[in-house]
Design a protein around this ligand. Structure first.
Ligand SMILES: [Zn+2]
Ligand SMILES: [Zn+2]
Length: 340
């Protein structure tokens, strides 16, 4: 099979011919049709995140927004059959028995495996996955449309829930990329007023199409000051941009008693004024992807047409060029590889 392989951190991927993965008991082999290209893939391949760098398996097939059809099932698998339309998310495996799994917080599982980080992912014609952690796709949802639901949409869905925002309140979203434009849709769906912040006008235009009421270009000044003028600031500020500067501006956009929702991962630490935190009684909530239950909910919303990813489609061979464009912020929405 054909696969895009990371042989060394910080180096371009190489397109290689590889053997098909062999499946064991409880596993399924999936013929990949599409795989979303997440910004995380770029940072993982670059070895830019301290916590993930030591656990990144090499050589590695990246990709954790995988959709396709079940091609073979391992011994003991009775929940899936050959031909089923499925998706494989970031959370590849969780143990089900640690304190976190038992408490319904499997994203924190101590024995988790991560698709496209600790095990091979979807930048390939086939991958294998445990049947227990494979999601079924709604019948009417196309493979390319479904792919970004597996990380981008799931991540903002979880963050949105954890933020505690209520209908009628204001949410500022910093970074209108793959995650951000889906966050705008979720917020509108829940009756939340959205303030979109980005440095690119075309991304702000996408936010407007998704239902944002206020658009702020962060390059033109101080977005915090402008957001404060909209009814005293945002109840929740969600940052999907992996940028330290975005976080610093975000903290200045909060209404007193507001919540900072951490989604985007900046490679460098962010300065925080404890004086400002205390005087504003701010809350900080971070969230990582989502559980299987949340994924089920996200796929249902997408199947009902209530959540739609703006995406551009590419071939597997284009991956290094795509990484280059993503680094420069040149993708509006999500890039998805069509593989099968
Ligand atoms: Zn991702
Ligand atoms: Zn666990």
């Amino acid at each position: 099979m054909k696969a895009a392989v990371l042989r060394e951190l910080g180096q371009p991927l190489t397109i290689e011919a590889r053997d098909l993965p062999s499946i064991g008991p409880g596993e399924v082999l999936i013929e990949v049709v599409a795989c979303g290209v997440c910004h995380s893939d770029l940072h993982i391949a670059g070895g830019e995140w301290d916590l993930l760098k030591p656990i990144t398996r090499l050589p590695l097939v990246p990709g954790h927004e995988v959709t396709g059809r079940v091609a073979a099932i391992g011994e003991g698998v009775d929940s899936l059959a050959v031909g089923d339309r499925v998706g494989v998310p970031w959370l590849h495996y969780t143990c089900g028995v640690c304190d976190y799994c038992l408490a319904g917080r499997e994203t924190l599982c101590l024995r988790q495996q991560i698709t496209g980080v600790t095990v091979d992912g979807g930048y390939a014609e086939y991958l294998k996955a445990p049947a227990s952690h494979v999601a079924r796709l709604p019948e009417n949802l196309d493979f390319v449309e479904a792919a970004p639901m597996l990380c981008a949409a799931l991540t903002v869905f979880n963050a949105f829930r954890k933020s505690g925002i209520r209908p009628g309140e204001k949410m500022a979203i910093y970074g209108i990329g793959g995650l951000g434009h889906l966050a705008v849709q979720l917020a509108r769906e829940q009756g939340v007023e959205v303030i979109a912040v980005d440095v690119a006008d075309e991304k702000l235009e996408l936010a407007r199409e998704c239902g944002a009421s206020h658009l702020i270009n962060a390059t033109t000044g101080q977005p915090g000051r402008e957001i404060k003028k909209i009814g005293g600031g945002a109840h929740v500020v969600m940052v999907t941009a992996g940028s330290r500067r975005a976080y610093e501006m975000a903290l200045r956009s909060l209404r007193r008693g507001g919540t900072l929702s951490i989604v985007g991962m900046a490679p460098e630490p962010v300065d925080l004024s404890t004086v400002a935190m205390v005087s504003g009684e701010y809350r900080i909530v971070a969230s990582a992807v989502g559980t299987r239950e949340e994924l089920h909910e996200v796929l249902r919303l997408a199947g009902e047409g209530r959540l739609r990813c703006h995406s551009e489609v590419h071939q597997l061979d284009e991956i290094n060029d795509l990484f280059g464009r993503m680094r420069a912020g040149g993708i509006n929405g999500r890039a998805v590889l069509r593989i099968g």
